[in-house]
Design a protein around this ligand. Structure first.
Ligand SMILES: [Zn+2]
Ligand SMILES: [Zn+2]
Length: 109
């Protein structure tokens, strides 16, 4: 499965994605963060933002409004948490078979 080039392509292949143990990755509407994410993924509140301190599913602008995307520091913290769990033997969403380190193409702010 090739890395999707667009968000649309990513959403289209999401139901066929697998975890690092080779099992189908299950999407759920998570009650604790309000996001739809894979069951093996850390929840938003488990990756607080180093920049704005948000533990909600959205980052916060200095004005207090929700930001459109996570701050780059938080995306990095989330990726690090996934890598940590994978190293501990917990299944994580399988990465694309290429050398790009990021799991998602995080929109930058
Ligand atoms: Zn969640
Ligand atoms: Zn933030």
């Amino acid at each position: 499965m090739a890395r999707p080039a667009t968000l649309g392509e990513y959403l289209a292949i999401r139901p066929r994605m697998i975890d690092t143990h080779g099992r189908p990755a299950i999407l759920e509407n998570c009650a604790s963060c309000g996001r739809q994410h894979f069951t093996v993924e850390p929840c938003a509140h488990e990756a607080p933002c180093p920049r704005c301190g948000s533990t909600a599913s959205r980052c916060r602008r200095p004005s207090g409004h929700d930001a459109d995307a996570w701050h780059a520091e938080r995306a990095a913290a989330f990726e690090a948490l996934c890598a940590e769990r994978e190293a501990a033997g917990l299944p994580q969403v399988a990465r694309w078979p290429d050398t790009t380190p990021a799991l998602f193409d995080w929109p930058s702010t």
